[in-house]
Design a protein around this ligand. Structure first.
Ligand SMILES: *[C@@H]1O[C@H](CO)[C@@H](O)[C@H](O)[C@H]1NC(C)=O
Ligand SMILES: *[C@@H]1O[C@H](CO)[C@@H](O)[C@H](O)[C@H]1NC(C)=O
Ligand SMILES: *[C@@H]1O[C@H](CO)[C@@H](O)[C@H](O)[C@H]1NC(C)=O
Ligand SMILES: *[C@@H]1O[C@H](CO)[C@@H](O)[C@H](O)[C@H]1NC(C)=O
Ligand SMILES: *[C@@H]1O[C@H](CO)[C@@H](O)[C@H](O)[C@H]1NC(C)=O
Length: 210
């Protein structure tokens, strides 16, 4: 009896050691792949971007980890890109729809550039987004109503752009919103009364529109 018991405990031990190896490998592979996607997205964005000074993103080298790049921050635990700051780099052109692939992004700072075109709808795929600052650009078109999907949003700063249309009522579904700045655009219509439901809202700026 004793040797059989001994054997089975050994088997169980071997089983657990094998399991943890497999789990560990799967874990490492999935993390690497995801950070790899973040890297590919950022390299693509860089390829579409001319900055002032021109070497502002020189550290964005495909042979290093994006967590080591300037203006990029990562989550220590998951090793995913959580912050991108492209503010004040004299960037013109469109905000690329590829931005929606940075699925762990919590902070996106594009303010104080010369971005044109519309807010890409893919921005509403960034479900962890907390801070979205695109103020002081030349962004046109309407505010995507589906921004209300980004339920973690704390800061929405669209000040001083060329946004038109009305303020989507769905924005008032953003229950965590603390700052909403839509001042200095071309918005018109009424302020959705349900904005009063946003109990976390501390700053609301809508001045100088239309
Ligand atoms: C990131 O930077 C650290 C410190 O400078 C360096 O030791 C490490 O090798 C770099 N990692 C990658 C993947 O570039
Ligand atoms: C990133 O997003 C774009 C447009 O939204 C898509 O066409 C592309 O395949 C995506 N790339 C990756 C690496 O997922
Ligand atoms: C957004 O960026 C502008 C320009 O740099 C800055 O003045 C403003 O304080 C930022 N908004 C928030 C809510 O932090
Ligand atoms: C907004 O989200 C809804 C459902 O969540 C989807 O059916 C619709 O296509 C989205 N709108 C746009 C413009 O992507
Ligand atoms: C939000 O406000 C509107 C109008 O002020 C009200 O009719 C509605 O019931 C409120 N919704 C919630 C979820 O509190």
């Amino acid at each position: 009896m004793a040797p059989i018991l001994h054997l089975s405990i050994l088997h169980i031990l071997i089983f657990f050691v094998l399991c943890s190896c497999i789990l560990h490998n799967t874990y490492v592979t999935s993390v690497t792949l995801s950070l790899e996607t973040d890297k590919q997205t950022l390299i693509y964005l860089k390829s579409q971007t001319i900055t002032q000074p021109p070497d502002a993103l020189v550290t964005w080298d495909p042979n290093s980890s994006p967590c080591n790049w300037t203006r990029v921050s990562c989550d220590d635990r998951r090793q995913r890109v959580v912050g991108v700051d492209l503010s004040s780099l004299g960037i013109s052109g469109q905000v690329s729809p590829h931005i929606g692939n940075l699925s762990f992004l919590t902070t996106l700072q594009l303010q104080d550039n010369r971005f044109q075109g519309i807010i890409p709808e893919t921005i509403t795929d960034l479900l962890r987004l907390r801070v979205l600052n695109i103020s002081f650009n030349s962004i046109q078109g309407t505010i995507p109503a589906n921004l209300s999907h980004c339920i973690e949003l704390r800061v929405v700063d669209f000040m001083q752009n060329e946004l038109s249309g009305s303020i989507p009522e769905d924005l008032t579904l953003l229950v965590n919103l603390q700052t909403l700045n839509l001042a200095g655009n071309r918005l018109y219509g009424s302020i959705p009364p349900s904005i009063g439901n946003l109990s976390s809202l501390l700053t609301l700026k809508l001045g100088t529109n239309n």
